[in-house]
Design a protein around this ligand. Structure first.
Ligand SMILES: [Zn+2]
Length: 337
């Protein structure tokens, strides 16, 4: 199936409308937004003011002169990273850090920040579904602005129906798939592949979006073999505002929401930036977040910018599929910003 590279168009519209658009224009936009984020963060947050001071960049190559933000900062004193009055916060997400006895990480969002996520889901989901589809949502949806809720709202914006399936038994999910003629499923890899393995009759499911966990080849094969579905992947984390990138029908890696996030790939040991094509840790900077901006946040996830362009015609770089997660915990050193 040949779908339009709608994410490129969306990013282009966010950056400069109908003017020329390519890597150079994107870099100029990102530098400008990084400087706006630095100004906002250093003026309004104690954490960034203490760590960075009053700093502006003249080139993206100066990014590695800024200190990292690490998950421990979100545990130690998340309020010091807040850039608005607490009354302006619409949602706080508390993340339990697995294997750690320390305090939980807390991430704050204003209504404006939450809208950025819905906007990404609105365009990102069009990589795999259209208004003719009905999407079964296996993620939690009951809390306002939870992943499932944001996804349902993003889909509604282009007239795509969604059916919440969270917390149902596998048997009940199958009944709903049949009843609502569900053509696409969004969920975690383990759950969707188990469903495919046990209920191969759900062949109305033409596309699947997997997110929130590592996707193995076996998972892809199980789903493709059982249902004949096209398997798409989403990569993101709460700190990124839930979403980061989504694969297109060519399944070569992720198209990244580069108008909202600036990604670097660094050597996880030395902390130094790596050239395109080399595997390293993803570090991101938020470009448009208001409540709690992130500057050079270490994700612990391993990927690379691919040297090849995607056959879909996107002019932007492709982020390869995540190869490893939580690398920070296994490294024999302490991270300092
Ligand atoms: Zn593509």
């Amino acid at each position: 199936m040949n779908r339009r590279p709608t994410l490129d168009q969306w990013i282009r519209n966010k950056i400069n409308g109908s003017k020329p658009f390519g890597l150079r224009e994107l870099a100029a936009y990102q530098l400008n937004m990084i400087n706006q984020t630095l100004e906002h963060a250093c003026r309004n947050s104690l954490h960034y003011r203490t760590r960075i001071g009053n700093r502006q960049l003249s080139s993206l190559t100066q990014m590695n002169e800024l200190p990292f933000t690490i998950p421990g900062d979100l545990q130690a004193d998340p309020y010091s990273m807040l850039c608005v009055h607490p009354n302006e916060i619409a949602r706080i997400v508390t993340l339990n850090t697995s294997g750690s006895t320390g305090p939980s990480k807390r991430v704050f969002f204003t209504e404006e920040d939450l809208e950025l996520c819905r906007d990404f889901f609105h365009y990102g989901m069009q990589c795999l579904v259209s208004e003719a589809d009905t999407v079964g949502i296996l993620f939690p949806h009951e809390t306002p602005a939870s992943v499932g809720d944001q996804l349902i709202k993003g889909l509604a914006r282009f007239g795509c129906a969604a059916v919440p399936l969270y917390s149902l038994s596998l048997e009940d999910i199958v009944l709903k798939i049949e009843k609502h003629r569900i053509t696409s499923l969004a969920g975690m890899p383990g759950q969707v592949s188990l469903l495919a393995e046990k209920f191969p009759q759900c062949s109305s499911v033409k596309t699947v979006l997997l997110s929130a966990d590592f996707v193995s080849d076996k998972v892809r094969e199980t789903i493709a073999k059982a249902w004949g579905s096209e398997v798409f992947e989403h990569y993101g984390m709460t700190e990124m505002g839930l979403g980061c990138g989504v694969s297109c029908e060519h399944q070569q890696g992720y198209h990244v929401r580069e108008a909202d996030l600036y990604l670097e790939i660094i050597d996880p040991i030395s902390g130094q930036p790596l050239p395109d094509g080399e595997w390293g840790e993803i570090v991101f900077t938020s470009l448009t977040r208001v409540g709690m901006p992130f500057i050079r946040y270490r994700t612990g996830d391993i990927s690379r910018w691919k040297n090849e362009q995607c056959p879909c015609g996107s002019t932007l770089r492709l982020l390869d599929y995540i190869k490893d997660r939580n690398v920070i915990k296994r490294l024999p050193l302490r991270y300092e910003g």
